[in-house]
Design a binder for this molecule. Structure first.
Ligand SMILES: [Mg+2]
Length: 161
C-alpha cells in the first residue's frame, strides 16, 4: 500500500525506455530535492538532459510542487515544462490538476518524487505509477524530517533499506 512501484537514486537515473514499455505517456515530477537541490533554482545538467530526452521521446511533463509559485515557475520555465505550484501534496487536488494538464488517465502517468508521504502516497491514492528517488541533498524542513523518520521505519519494515 505505502511502497513505491520503483526506486531510483536520482531523477536522471529513471529509465524512460522502461516507462514507455509500461505504457507510461506522462510524467508528474516533484521539484524540491527531486528536480533541484533544496532552495536552489539551478537545475542540474543531468536533469536538464533527462527532461530534454523525455521531451524528445514524446512524454508529457508537469512539475508538481508544494512550494510557492515564483521559484517553481522559474525552474519550470527553465525546463520548458508546465507546473502546478502550491500543490498541497499528499492531498489529491494538485495531482488532479496535473493530470488534467497532461490530459491522460492515471494508469498512463508516472509520478517521480523524493518523499514517500507526499509524492508517493498522494500519487498512489489516485492510481499513478510511482517512483521514489533519493533526495538530492539531506537538508530539509523539520516537518519533512519527521516524515522521513516514519518513512525509514516503513521502508525498513518492508525490507527496502
Ligand atoms: Mg521533494
Amino acid at each position: 500500500m505505502f511502497g513505491p512501484d520503483r526506486f531510483a537514486p536520482r531523477l536522471c537515473s529513471v529509465s524512460l525506455e522502461d516507462l514507455r514499455a509500461r505504457g507510461i505517456l506522462g510524467l508528474i515530477i516533484d521539484l524540491d530535492n527531486t528536480m533541484v537541490a533544496y532552495r536552489q533554482s539551478e537545475v542540474l545538467q543531468d536533469h536538464i538532459a533527462w527532461v530534454r530526452d523525455a521531451h524528445d521521446r514524446g512524454f508529457k511533463m508537469v512539475m508538481l510542487s508544494n512550494n510557492f509559485s515564483e521559484r517553481v515557475n522559474a525552474v519550470a520555465g527553465q525546463l520548458g515544462v508546465a507546473c502546478v505550484p502550491n500543490a498541497l501534496k499528499p492531498l489529491p487536488t494538485g495531482f488532479i490538476r496535473a493530470r488534467t494538464l497532461l490530459g491522460l488517465p492515471s494508469n498512463r502517468i508516472a509520478v517521480v518524487g523524493d518523499q514517500l508521504f507526499t509524492d508517493v502516497l498522494g500519487a498512489k491514492l489516485l492510481g499513478f505509477y510511482t517512483i521514489l528517488t533519493e533526495p538530492i541533498e539531506p537538508h530539509d524542513f523539520a516537518l519533512t524530517r519527521l516524515f522521513r523518520f516514519f518513512e525509514r521505519l516503513l521502508l525498513r519494515k518492508r525490507g527496502a533499506l
